[in-house]
Design a protein around this ligand. Structure first.
Ligand code: PLP
Length: 418
């Protein structure tokens, strides 16, 4: 980032959370007459005004279909869309912009790899490794392609803290292993996985690795060249961008060799009834009119995150997590689910004899938005022998005062339930 782009906030040794909050209009909302305390960030993050305005700007002054237009508006929107791709390339340090494919989100990115790479490369008896802490979107696409191909899904177990048991991973790797797909940060436990180590071991055995970075990209710096991952997936809406837009990063040699995932406009270079020649990367994987406003909005969200600085965000969120973890430790009937040494931003818990849905509903009356349920990680719930947890998840704009409101709310619920 050059000097003129560097905002005051980075130069300041003080993280100005109030200034950040003022950029997020929704944080002024009242819920049941109380100030909103939004702690459901792992489900989706709120959007800064710059992202909201960008969507408005797109529709009010740029709206036009991209790539094939010679008129001025089409060129402006194409430039903005491709500009967003370049921002993302830089943000995750990809080698080239042709390695950045716009998708609807993490789910579609993983399905793309399963249906394209998996369909081309998996055979009867092959094995695909995932972990016990995966989101359903990093389980089901692999189950589907394994079922179709007669391949098997192998699962790395997790320990009582919610950490991958690395030795078990080592044991699972063999000459039938064709792919590893692993979550970077667990959405229900907050665990940060040692993805670099996981990738290294897979690569020693010539096995490609996909990293599900849906919960990582907004908390940790991501450098795909340093990770050496073969694929990486994330969603715009978890990183302060719009819904319905996401990214698949893939190494160019792998993407080049893969067949298209969907057919249609824009993914071709020529079509006759006899033969279709596919477009070059990344367009080969972007069939149809994409979410243009979404991609441009995601670019804007990345600008915003870079202004604040991902390391500054991480440090702030860590302070919140430590503060909240210390506070709940004083509540005897509360048990944290997910106590990994390396954790970010997620506080999942259960309370003796009180159902998470009651906790979520009662906190809502205090203006506190948390998520309750299985968080699309039913195997994690099974691992801990529980049906659901209550999950508070923190973002760059949350404060210790908001954590206090959460803790007060939890104590009130315990009192009410006696
Ligand atoms: N992976 C993880 C770890 C997630 O937390 C989520 C969403 O919660 C997903 C994948 C799926 O993301 P999306 O629904 O945006 O496709």
């Amino acid at each position: 980032m050059n000097k003129t782009e560097t905002p005051d906030i980075i130069n300041s040794s003080v993280y100005d959370v109030e200034k950040i909050r003022s950029d997020f209009p929704i944080l002024q909302t009242k819920v049941h007459g109380k100030p909103l305390v939004y702690l459901d960030n792992a489900a989706t993050s709120q959007k800064p005004i710059s992202v909201i305005m960008k969507a408005q700007e797109y529709y009010s002054s740029m709206n036009s279909n991209i790539h094939r237009g010679v008129h001025a508006l089409s060129q402006v929107s194409t430039e903005a869309y491709e500009g967003a791709r370049i921002k993302i390339k830089k943000f995750i340090n990809a080698l080239g912009k042709n390695e950045i494919i716009f998708t609807r989100g993490t789910t579609e990115s993983i399905n793309l790899v399963a249906q394209s790479y998996g369909r081309m490369n998996f055979n009867e008896g092959d094995e695909v490794i995932i972990s016990q802490m995966e989101h359903h979107s990093n389980i089901v696409p692999w189950q589907m392609i394994c079922d179709e191909k007669g391949a098997k899904l192998k699962v790395i177990p997790i320990n009582d803290n919610g950490e991958i048991i690395f030795e078990e991973y080592e044991k699972l790797i063999n000459n039938r292993t064709k792919f590893v797909s692993i979550v970077y940060v667990s959405n229900s436990l907050g665990t940060v996985n040692p993805v670099k180590q996981i990738i290294d071991l897979a690569h020693q055995n010539n096995i490609p690795v996909l990293v599900d970075a849906a919960q990582a990209v907004n908390h940790l710096p991501i450098d795909v060249q340093d990770l050496h991952c073969d694929f990486l997936a994330f969603s715009g809406h978890k990183i302060y961008g719009p819904t319905g837009i996401g990214v698949l990063y893939g190494k160019v040699n792998l993407l080049d060799a893969m067949p298209p995932y969907q057919g249609g406009g824009d993914m071709i270079s020529s079509v006759t009834f006899e033969k279709t020649i596919y477009n070059e990367l990344p367009y080969k994987f972007e069939a149809g009119t994409p979410n243009i406003a979404g991609a441009i909005g995601l670019g804007e969200a990345i600008d915003y995150v870079q202004k604040i600085g991902i390391d500054n965000i991480n440090k702030h969120e860590k302070e919140l997590l430590d503060y909240a973890t210390a506070a709940v430790a004083e509540i005897p009937s509360l048990k944290i689910i997910g106590t990994a040494k390396n954790k970010v931003s997620v506080l999942s818990f259960v309370l003796d004899d009180i159902h998470p849905h009651d906790i979520g509903t009662m906190l809502d009356f205090e203006g506190v938005a948390i998520r309750t349920g299985h968080h699309c990680t039913q195997p994690v719930m099974d691992r801990f022998g529980i049906p659901a947890t209550s999950r508070a998840s923190f973002a760059m704009y949350n404060t210790k005062e908001e954590v206090d409101v959460l803790i007060k709310g939890i104590k009130k619920i315990i009192e009410v339930f006696g």
